[in-house]
Design a protein around this ligand. Structure first.
Ligand code: ADP
Ligand code: MG
Length: 361
């Protein structure tokens, strides 16, 4: 349905896309992930020619988009785009936002367009808001209107550019749930997203972008659980972990536990694991506190889907000793409590730091 070959895009001297090759079949849901600034938006904008590519070719249903004889506005109707910032017409009511393009571009009658628009608004849960104006809606509602407006054009493909990243966390799921519904209905979609859980359970394929190319691609399992290339691995590790840097015994334990809690929620960890984690972190901090007068402590918490386990890495400065060494612990019972909840503990001296790696049961 979409075939992108050797696509390149430069802005002046800045090479954003070097050599992008993608093939997307009907009904596929493709997630595009990667660090910011790697050209994900530019790629979407090139695909529907909001941005003129510098080189390469793009075929939509076999039609060469870069051929001067191609009727680009007509093809673009097949391939609508949803933006991070909604881009609704502020001076038009919700229903007029949906009907304006079908009436003006597809020559639909007003009544027919409105009936159809109402059907779509019902599907996205906003039939009651048909006569409201965009500024009377929440961010999540606006984005659902933007998706509805897209659907009013009967697109064959929808391109989403970070559809939830400008929303309050409480509104993300209402938008994702609409996109899920579209996937179920078989819509072909390309979604640039930072919602990794969503990308994981919705997409057929995940494309990781970096260095101006599709740096790695695969099934969600391949990309999230077993990335093959270094940068992909680095990116996946970063998004699946949190890091906490403590520099004195007077750090804020409440902010830290709130962050750990939020992390657990995002990774959908079982309650038992969360409770254990809380106890372990508390216990570890008690053990590390005497060291904190003279050195720092870096705590990294990462969830590995593959090992189905949480890994805790503690790095501290100071002399080469294992802070969890049995003989140094003031209270032996504390240590045995930690052991009981662990699948493994390993001490290493790395780059002048004491690194202890703990794997939770
Ligand atoms: P992403 O969506 O992955 O964060 P973008 O596609 O938005 O990345 O941007 C990739 C790079 O291209 C960035 O360095 C950005 O500053 C640059 N860029 C994007 N659009 C333009 C533009 N219209 N003019 C100049 N530079 C641009
Ligand atoms: Mg972007």
């Amino acid at each position: 349905m979409i075939k992108v070959e050797h696509l390149s895009k430069k802005f002046g001297n800045l090479v954003v896309l070097r050599d992008v090759n993608i093939e997307i079949r009907e009904g596929e849901v493709i997630s595009v992930i990667g660090p910011s600034g790697t050209g994900k938006s530019t790629l979407l904008r090139c695909i529907n020619l909001l941005e003129r590519p510098s080189g390469g070719s793009i075929f939509i249903d076999g039609i060469d988009m870069l051929d001067s004889k191609t009727d680009v506005p007509k093809i673009r109707q097949k391939m609508n785009m949803v933006f991070q910032s909604f881009n609704l017409f502020a001076h038009l009511s919700v229903i007029d936002n949906l009907t304006i393009a079908p009436i003006k571009l597809l020559g639909k009658g007003k009544k027919e367009a409105e009936e159809k628009a109402l059907g779509i608004l019902t599907m996205v849960g906003l039939a009651e808001k048909a006569c409201n104006f965009p500024d009377e809606l929440s961010g999540g509602q606006k984005q659902r209107v933007a998706i509805a407006r897209c659907l009013a054009m009967d697109p064959e493909i929808i391109l989403f550019d970070e559809p939830t990243s400008s929303l309050d966390p409480t509104m993300v799921s209402e938008v994702l749930s609409v996109i899920r519904r579209l996937a179920k209905d078989g819509m072909t979609m390309v979604i640039v997203t930072h919602e990794m859980d969503f990308a994981r359970d919705l997409s057929n394929r995940v494309l990781y972008m970096d260095e101006g190319i599709i740096y790695e691609e695969g099934t969600p399992e391949q990309i999230f659980d077993n990335p093959q290339k270094e940068k992909t691995r680095g990116f996946i590790n970063r998004i699946r972990s949190i890091n906490y840097h403590i520099t004195s015994p007077r750090y804020d334990p409440h902010t830290m536990s709130a962050e750990i809690e939020a992390f657990c929620e995002k990774q959908i960890l079982p309650l038992k694991t969360r409770q254990n984690l809380r106890l372990i972190v508390e216990e570890l901090l008690r053990i590390y506190t005497p060291f904190l007068e003279s050195t720092f402590l870096d705590i990294t918490l990462a969830y590995s889907e593959k090992k189905q386990s949480v890994e805790l890495v503690l790095e501290s400065g100071g002399d080469g000793v294992n802070p969890l060494d049995k003989n140094l612990l003031p209270d032996k019972s504390a240590e045995s409590a930690i052991w009981a909840m662990m699948r493994g503990i390993e001490y290493q001296r790395v780059n002048g730091k004491n690194r202890v790696t703990l794997l939770l049961q």
